[in-house]
Ligand binder design. Structure first.
Ligand code: XMP
Length: 316
């Protein structure tokens, strides 16, 4: 009987057999995919694993600290690389979504290249690529390219590393079960997916500090309100998006032209198709009230009610 839980030992064994010498670099993000990848490798090859958390500055509130704490508990001690300024420079002035993704991918590659040069015994690059990622990036035969997911297809070959992807045959729900089988906390196992380029693709148009801060604070509110309503684990993703459109508002008796925040909450099996969640009106109401009162510069909250397809889940 095929159960992901039963596969832990054989995945670890295969990794150990394949990686006989040299070290493995893994970029961890705090998500379930990269965490499970890192923990499997830690079991297979011990301290020949070099886990790196690259802080690109596009994480959500408190995410970097929480991720470091969780990984240490799981026996993985990541190296924290602060590349916030480098990433912000890379996307400055860029409006086109694919160009934004391309520059973020390029910056990741540059950061990794430096790490590899400083650690010449690194021979492999491990990635938490899942089966749907393989299909969506057009890596599978016959599939159309929809978005360039930054973690698929491997980094440029000039990195000179062999790619290890222990999860490329699994769907998300199976990886969540692997996480629990590895003794990782339930909170991690049921964390929503978060795109590699982070909040940068939840900001429509140019990425500015102001818009990033709005996406960061509004997203936290969306997640908090869903948890409060007991709905967080029932949905696939829940987040807030901001662009350049404005809506005139009144604060006190003053006119204020503020940003429009779009809230997106979707249900999905594997991210390939999705339906918008029919949230109760009172939950939508709390989200809207909190965002307009707690996040400076926001005068309107809208709810995204389009399925995938035709829309994708993330705005970019
Ligand atoms: P879309 O927006 O294409 O997203 O409907 C499908 C699922 O993939 C996630 N996503 C990403 N994951 N790197 C990732 O690891 C990426 O670059 C990326 N872009 C989108 C998205 O959050 C959704 O769950």
């Amino acid at each position: 009987w095929w159960r992901p839980e039963n596969l832990v030992d054989s995945i670890v064994r295969e990794l150990r057999e394949r990686i006989r010498e040299g070290r493995v670099l893994v970029a961890v993000s705090g998500g379930v995919d990269s965490t499970v990848t890192a923990v499997l490798l830690r079991r297979a090859i011990g301290d020949r694993l070099l886990a790196v958390l690259v802080d690109h500055g596009f994480f959500r509130e408190g995410e970097v600290e929480e991720t470091l704490r969780m990984l240490r508990k799981a026996g993985v001690e990541p190296l924290l690389v602060d590349a916030r300024r480098e990433f912000m420079e890379a996307v400055r002035g860029v409006r086109d979504p694919e160009e934004k993704r391309r520059r973020i991918g390029e910056t990741f590659a540059r950061v990794f290249k430096r790490i590899v040069e400083e650690n010449p015994d690194i021979r492999y690059l491990a990635q938490g690529t899942l089966y749907p990622d393989v299909i969506e990036s057009g890596a599978a035969p016959g599939a159309d390219r929809i978005k360039s997911h930054h973690n698929v297809g491997g980094l440029p070959s000039w990195l000179g590393l062999e790619v290890v992807e222990p999860l490329r045959e699994f769907y998300k729900d199976e990886v969540r079960r692997l996480a629990l089988a590895l003794g990782l906390p339930r909170e991690l196992a049921y964390r929503h997916p978060f795109p590699g380029p982070g909040l940068a693709v939840r900001v429509i148009g140019e990425v500015t500090e102001e818009k990033l801060e709005i996406a960061r604070r509004a997203s936290r509110i969306v997640e908090e309100e869903l948890k409060k309503a007991g709905l967080y684990e029932k949905v696939w993703q829940a987040f807030a998006v901001v662009g350049d459109d404005r809506w005139v508002g009144v604060k006190g008796d003053r006119r204020e032209e503020g940003h429009i925040v779009i809230v997106r909450v979707v249900e999905s099996e594997d991210g390939m198709t999705a339906d918008w969640t029919r949230l109760p009106y009172d939950v939508l109401d709390s989200i809207s009230r909190r965002i307009t009162s707690e996040v400076p510069g926001v005068t309107m909250v809208a709810y995204a009610v389009t399925t995938k397809p035709p829309a994708t889940i993330e705005p970019q």
